[in-house]
Design a protein around this ligand. Structure first.
Ligand code: ADP
Ligand code: MG
Length: 268
């Protein structure tokens, strides 16, 4: 699904990613661990086109999204992202947060089709069939959002603002907000690091459910239990390079890299 080839990223004269190669197949759960400042967030941000790589390729569903010429918005929609600090819109209700991106993108598509059809009518070109309306798009997005909220047991929170929620609730809403776009893959950047300890479990449980349903996930995490139990592969990034990569059993039982051994001795 994703092929990262020799990905490099510098900020000014500082090279943060020094040639990352990674293949992510459908259904993979890749856990990325590593010391603070090693480039983990930068890597996820490059995958999601929030940073422009300095060089290298990111082939996503056959298209190089590191190439400036492609319309990254189309591909970004297929990649969900969940952040450490939730990044919910605080001036929108929970329901609005979940509906926003699907409604926006589908309305944009509708607008584009209508514009095309107006021009096509002059040029006697083929019309794009338009079978929906703005109201219909909103109605469907609302239904889907309510179903997602039901799934996580928070349907009674649909009309409240995020500031009234606990960290665990916010993060679970951020996760279903990502799901609302029907992504091919979800990227998680330390999704439990900002949570009070008693709320970590509910978020990890939801992530585990997604993993069991076959969702492709790339998870930067300090939760070694999650990496060990849920990941199909664990990757150690240190100083901008992948120092080690293995199945969890092998990874934790027989770490080879000196820096990884040192890292594990601190976190386990
Ligand atoms: P990690 O997520 O592994 O802790 P980051 O990817 O956030 O690491 O950061 C890696 C390095 O890149 C750090 O030294 C950080 O200061 C630097 N860095 C990250 N983003 C920027 C930026 N926008 N401008 C300059 N330096 C940055
Ligand atoms: Mg980070």
């Amino acid at each position: 699904m994703i092929d990262v080839i020799n990905l490099k990223k510098s900020f000014g004269s500082v090279e943060v990613l020094k040639g990352i190669n990674m293949t992510i197949n459908k259904g993979d759960i890749v856990a990325i661990i590593g010391p603070s400042g090693s480039g983990k967030s930068t890597f996820l941000r490059c995958l999601n086109c929030m940073e422009d790589p300095t060089s290298g390729q990111i082939i996503f569903n056959g298209v190089d999204i590191a190439d400036m010429k492609v319309d990254i918005n189309i591909h970004r929609r297929k990649m969900g992202m969940v952040f450490q600090h939730f990044n919910l819109f605080n001036n929108k209700t929970v329901l609005e947060n979940i509906m926003l991106a699907p409604v926006y993108t589908r309305c944009q598509e509708l607008k584009k089709a209508k514009r095309h059809n107006r021009l096509a009518a002059f040029g006697k070109k083929e019309q794009i069939p338009v079978t929906t309306t703005k109201e219909q798009i909103k109605k469907e997005a609302r239904e889907q959002a309510m179903n997602l909220l039901k799934r996580i047991g928070l349907e009674d929170k649909a009309n409240v603002y995020p500031s009234t929620l606990s960290g665990g609730q916010k993060q679970r809403i951020a996760i279903v907000r990502a799901l609302a776009m029907n992504p091919d893959v979800i990227l998680f950047d330390e999704p439990t690091s900002a949570l009070d300890p008693e709320m970590v479990g509910e978020v990890l449980e939801l992530m585990k459910q997604l993993a069991e349903e076959g969702m492709t996930m790339v998870v930067v995490t300090h939760e070694m239990g999650f990496a060990r139990e849920v990941a199909s592969r664990v990757v150690f990034i240190d100083e901008g390079v992948i120092k080690e990569e293995a199945e969890p059993k092998e990874f934790f039982a027989h770490p080879k890299d000196v820096r990884l051994k040192e890292f594990l001795s601190k976190v386990l």
